[in-house]
Design a binder for this molecule. Structure first.
Ligand SMILES: Nc1ncnc2c1ncn2[C@@H]1O[C@H](COP(=O)(O)OP(=O)(O)O)[C@@H](O)[C@H]1O
Ligand SMILES: [Mg+2]
Length: 373
């Protein structure tokens, strides 16, 4: 078993720059698949390297199974790490690459052979054991790198963007293999990626980072349904949530939002009453919008089509709304007959609307929390 606990974990490379990771609090449960997700430079690799013991910790504590390991060297942490670059030894066979770490630890020969054979079996590498890395595809090389981690039977697996060097099709299949590997090994895994699809499909939970800090931690669909702030709302989802600057009207109840000539009445379930006249951000996911079928639809937002992207199963339509700078993205059906320049109505599902405070935090998530007690 392995529980990994980060407590106020902070890394400052130098005084001139802000901390690369700041005050990171996170508990990864035994057997959990935790994904660290965020844009390039947000501190994911730094955090992972502190867990691995490859980077010193500026402040805070890192514990494994309740024992503080800040000063325990990497080789004694019982953690295996898989990198984006496979870092295989070019002159060694697949077998030797996988066995190398165990030989160095002077494990008995029979046991090494058994472990290498088992890992090769799991990863479908059994017929490639005598090849050198140059004679393998990118996907096979990454599997050897995985195998090298598996044979160690570590307490914790760490992955740093392991699929980034693979082409799109291979990324999808290797992603499923990693998911299957987690189901099979039931080991604690911490996985870094900037790819929200990997995060959504692999993670038991996702930890979204922004500029060195945690923005939100939760199960993928919970975070998707209730993003804590505009950063998370704009990062998770493809295309991302539409974020529309709006003003609260003076209407009684204080839940009507105005942006240009358009108005939306946000249901009481989605936010507490808002302060009249205040500036907020209205969040609408593209899948909760649809072209209005009836041209006289009074419940629709009206705007002009600026781009149309037919993707087969769906069509992404960008619509310019009056007085709103960024076009709104609508997920329309695959065979939509919409053309650039059309004036269209957009129907929306107000029960799925989000409202964000001027500082970015979600009033909808706060309201949701408060109502649940
Ligand atoms: N060895 C280093 N020395 C100085 N700054 C670094 C070093 N490694 C990373 N950084 C900086 O720390 C921040 C976080 O980097 P990193 O953890 O690699 O982000 P991510 O993996 O999320 O892309 C970035 O601003 C990066 O430039
Ligand atoms: Mg990185």
């Amino acid at each position: 078993m392995a529980v990994v606990t980060l407590n106020g974990l902070t890394k400052r490379y130098d005084r001139a720059h802000p901390a690369a990771a700041e005050d990171v609090d996170l508990e990864v449960a035994d057997g959990e698949f935790m994904v660290l997700l965020g844009p390039s430079g947000c501190g994911k690799t730094t955090t992972l390297r502190m867990i691995a013991g490859l980077e010193s910790i500026t402040s805070g504590t890192l514990s494994i199974d309740g024992r503080v390991v800040n000063d325990v060297p990497a080789r004694d942490r019982d953690i295996a790490m898989v990198f984006q670059s496979y870092a295989l030894y070019p002159h060694m066979s697949v077998r030797d690459n996988m066995a190398f770490g165990l030989r160095r630890r002077q494990m008995p020969r029979a046991e090494i052979e058994q472990r290498v054979r088992d890992a090769a079996e799991i990863l479908g590498l059994s017929t490639l054991m005598d090849r050198k890395p140059h004679a393998l595809s990118g996907g096979q090389r990454q599997r050897v790198a995985l195998g090298r981690a598996i044979v160690r039977d570590p307490k914790v697996f760490l992955f740093d963007e392991p699929l980034s060097n693979l082409d799109a099709a291979l990324r999808v299949s290797t992603r499923s293999e990693i998911a299957a590997l987690h189901r099979r090994l039931q080991a604690t895994m911490i996985y870094v990626t900037h790819d929200q699809v990997e995060a959504m499909t692999l993670g038991s939970r996702i930890c979204i980072m922004n500029a060195g800090r945690i923005a939100q931690v939760g199960r993928p669909m919970d975070v998707y349904r209730m993003p804590a702030d505009t950063f998370v709302a704009g990062f998770l989802g493809n295309p991302p949530m539409n974020l529309i600057p709006a003003t609260v009207t003076d209407a009684p109840g204080g839940r009507e939002l105005r942006f240009g000539p358009n108005r939306v009445e946000v249901p009481a379930a989605r936010t507490a009453p808002l302060e009249a006249g205040s500036a907020v951000t209205l969040g609408l996911r593209p899948e909760h919008l649809a072209p209005a079928l009836d041209a006289s639809d009074s419940a629709a937002l009206w705007g002009e089509v600026v781009t149309v992207e037919p993707l087969g199963a769906e069509t992404l339509v960008r619509v310019h709304l009056p007085e709103i700078a960024d076009p709104v993205i609508v997920r329309a059906p695959g065979e939509s007959e919409v053309a650039i320049g059309d004036r269209i109505g957009i129907r929306l599902d107000p029960s799925a609307a989000h409202v964000f405070h001027a500082d970015g935090h979600s009033m909808t998530a706060a309201h949701h929390q408060a109502r649940r007690g």
